[in-house]
Design a protein around this ligand. Sequence first.
Ligand SMILES: [Zn+2]
Ligand SMILES: [Zn+2]
Length: 371
Amino acid sequence: MMTLSYRAAVLHAPHTPMSIETVTSAALKPTDVLVRIRAAGLCHTDLEVIEGSLRYPLPIVLGHEAAGVVEQVGSAARGVKAGDHVVLSWNPHCGHCFYCDRDAPILCEQYLGEGPKALPFDGESRAALSDGRVLRQLMFLGSFGEYCIVADQQAIPVPKEIPFDRACLIGCGVMTGVGAALNLGAISHGDAVMVIGCGAVGLSAVQGARLAGAKAIIAVDLDPAKLDLARRLGATVSVNASNEDAVTAGMRETSGRGVDVVIEAAGSPAAFRVTTEAVRPGGQVIWLGKIDVNKDVSFRWGSLMQEKRIRRVSYGNARPRRDFPWLSRAYLDGSLKLDEMISRRIRLEEIDEGFAALKRGETIRSVVIFD
Ligand SMILES: [Zn+2]
Ligand SMILES: [Zn+2]
């Protein structure tokens, strides 16, 4: 294949605006797939890179929640063909390391080893600046550009009926939240579930709890607008933690026992502390949020007792080839609501303002639309 020139948003340094520039792709390797990006969501993890709290080599193309059309596949690419509509996965894995053999692709040694370099597994960038300098790709993707070269295992075909702007959400936020509720065996029919933090991941966890048959779904946030949205997506109780204690509310809904499952999607020490206080003996706590890795979180020891199960999860125990298609069908049959989660549709040139709005807490998801 010829190399290709396309527009992408390039981050040259933290705390600076991204520059929209023409970059070039490398030639496809045998297991590569060239995807024409049609929609890409703005996620908090991208924001962490912009703000320098998550460090990667630069310059880099951010973006790891995307959907598009397969333009071309390499000679040995499997499971995907030109013309397929795909949602992209950010968890390529080798399939035969210590962790892959233990069914934990998110811990794959190659994935974790190569991830910080922001290059594909073979260490060779698939994109370059116009002057030839290496361009890194965040999380094996880098979807804030018109095109993206990914490994075949990252391009997951989904039904063509789902619009790209809705489909892209499945690639990170929705998978993370719904997966936490459904893939970890965490929620049983009739359970009381508390979800702390009602951004894209938390709202997806609310929906996962609803799909799992939870009876009470207690949404906790500080923003009345996000709590309203949580109610529309399935929460039965909303708690504004700025004027109501979430633990007390959880006890009230469960006759003083504590909730069966708490899913944390806020990423603050205060939220982490609430999780172990609110869950019942023998119940499950799932942490999805992130804080600075060098920060401490303190817990009351008593809140950790009584057979409580606590787990930190990154990608909802995703198996993209299994999960992306059914999540797409759940949208199409009306059981998974995605329209409500898109706050703004923006052009690539508006991406800095999109992240500023995310930081101000004004948006659930802004989605860059490419035409
Ligand atoms: Zn993300
Ligand atoms: Zn592996």
